[in-house]
Write a protein that binds this ligand. Structure first.
Ligand SMILES: [Fe+2]
Length: 244
């Protein structure tokens, strides 16, 4: 991993309990959107259409990778700290752990189906694959809601802002480290999706407050083009479905 693993237990010296967890709602919006859209995109691929299966297959792979990374990051940053600082939330934490395990099991069922479908664009493989993605989507929807209801309030009370922000830093560092295999536009996709998760009327202000000026400039000059190209590739003949 590119960034230092967090410690659990006591707050690090000089840090204070209490943090703004609202960014997680945006990340969850992205996952709801990705997994709502993915089965539709897969089902739309015609039997034998190898080039379209390759396009959709690449994004399916990225969606699976992103979900693994998001959950792994939560696993190492949240659970031990929450239970050691707020023992009353142990039951909810156990529920989160078992839901993460269920998501991991569903991903493990899905991932071996990706290459055979991409290699053949076979309609029967497609339908089985899409059906399993829909099952994962439903598991995920319930998990994300419960995490927002039961975990976010505790996390915002007992974690420091530095501990919370570590999750975003770790995510970005891991994506950067893996961009050779994921595709060099992967950080542009992440930032573009994050911006898309903010309601349009609030985006400029959100970007000013949450994205450092040099990255904002880089996004406008270069990364936005990569993101737009990816969205055109995914939705060549219709508008990109809104996330919010
Ligand atoms: Fe989670």
């Amino acid at each position: 991993m590119a960034t230092k693993l967090p410690s659990s237990g006591e707050l690090p010296e000089g840090q204070h309990a209490g943090c703004d967890t609202s960014g997680l709602v945006l990340v969850h919006r992205i996952f709801r959107w990705l997994y709502r859209e993915l089965p539709l995109l897969v089902r739309d691929v015609d039997d034998g259409d190898l080039s379209r299966a390759a396009v959709v297959g690449r994004y399916a792979h990225l969606d699976f990778y992103a979900l693994h990374l998001h959950h792994h990051t939560e696993d190492i940053a949240l659970w031990d700290r929450l239970t050691s600082r707020q023992p009353a939330c142990a039951l909810h934490v156990e529920q989160m752990k078992s839901q993460h395990a269920e998501v991991a099991a569903q991903l493990a069922r899905l991932e071996p189906q990706l290459d055979p479908w991409v290699a053949t664009a076979d309609a029967r493989l497609r339908d089985g694959f899409a059906g399993d993605i829909e099952a994962l989507r439903d598991t995920l929807q319930a998990h994300l809601r419960q995490e927002e209801d039961d975990i976010m309030p505790v996390a915002s009370a007992v974690l420091s802002q530095q501990e919370w922000d570590w999750m975003e830093e770790h995510t970005r560092a891991t994506l950067a480290a893996d961009r050779k295999t994921l595709g060099k536009d992967v950080l542009s996709l992440q930032l573009g999706l994050l911006i898309a998760s903010v309601p349009p009327g609030e985006r400029d202000e959100w970007m000013r407050r949450n994205i450092p000026a040099p990255i904002r400039l880089l996004y406008l000059l270069l990364m936005k083009r990569h993101y737009d190209r990816a969205m055109r590739e995914l939705y060549p003949d219709r508008p990109v479905p809104a996330m919010v």
